[in-house]
Design a protein around this ligand. Structure first.
Ligand code: ATP
Length: 235
């Protein structure tokens, strides 16, 4: 579904990605792992069109994305959940959710999708009229995910959802990501520093180091590779 080829991205003189190749199958969870500064966030931001690469391509079902404006990429079904969620704390849960599907013309469909999100995340239903500022870290991360899902994306880009959350909450979030693939046929590209959690739900994983892919394997194969785990994943 997603084919990244030779992706090279610079911030001024700093090369954050140097020739990254990546292939993501529809209906799968692919984990992008690696240490701080490896280039994981840069990869997600380039796929969603927020950064323009110096070289290389990003194709979604054969269609080149890198020259499209962000809003066109959203319309093609790509949603990005940034690090720490990016929910708007002054707005209510319901307002945040509706914002995620604001670009959709069909208002009735948006209302249906918001209702579906309350089924998928019951704590959000209980707190629908509260501002996002009153939510716990885990609830905010749920809201960020739910907001991305109200747009009905096919490809969900999720940046470090586990950051700062208790292990039990992380496990719940990972389970939701798995279900989105297994039950709804969505595709997830999951950036994580918490490699152990990510590998527990991922089908495949790529490891980045200094902006280059050092491993791309089935998640189970990677989890069983002591050398790679010790060198790059810290467990
Ligand atoms: P983290 O987990 O810390 O977010 P990461 O793997 O996501 O790490 P990136 O944030 O993609 O890594 O950063 C890759 C490289 O690009 C790093 O060397 C970083 O210092 C550099 N970098 C990231 N953002 C910028 C920026 N806005 N300006 C200059 N350099 C940047």
């Amino acid at each position: 579904m997603l084919e990244v080829k030779g992706l090279t991205v610079h911030y001024g003189a700093v090369r954050a990605l140097g020739g990254v190749d990546l292939s993501v199958d529809e209906g799968s969870v692919t984990a992008v792992l690696g240490a701080n500064g490896a280039g994981k966030t840069t990869l997600l931001r380039t796929v969603s069109g927020l950064l323009k690469p110096r070289a290389g391509s990003v194709e979604l079902d054969g269609r080149e994305l890198t020259r499209l404006p962000v809003e066109d990429i959203v319309r093609l079904g790509v949603a990005h959940v940034p690090q720490s969620g990016g929910v708007i704390t002054e707005l209510t849960v319901e307002e945040n959710l509706r914002l995620g599907g604001l670009w959709r013309r069909d208002r009735a469909a948006l209302t249906r999708r918001v209702a579906e999100m309350y089924e998928l995340f019951p704590p959000l239903a209980e707190r629908r009229a509260r501002t996002a500022a009153t939510l716990s870290g885990g609830e905010r991360q749920m809201l960020a995910l739910a907001r991305a899902l109200t747009g009905g994306p096919r490809l969900l880009l999720v940046d470090e959802p586990s950051l700062g959350l208790a292990p039990r909450v992380v496990a719940q979030l990972m389970a939701v990501l798995r279900r989105l693939c297994d039950e709804d046929g969505r595709t997830v590209l999951l950036v994580e520093q918490n490699a152990r959690s990510a590998l527990s739900v991922a089908d495949r994983a790529v490891v980045l180091d200094l902006g280059a892919v050092v491993a791309a394997e089935a998640a189970a194969t990677l989890a069983a590779d002591d050398r790679l785990r010790h060198a790059y994943l810290g467990f």
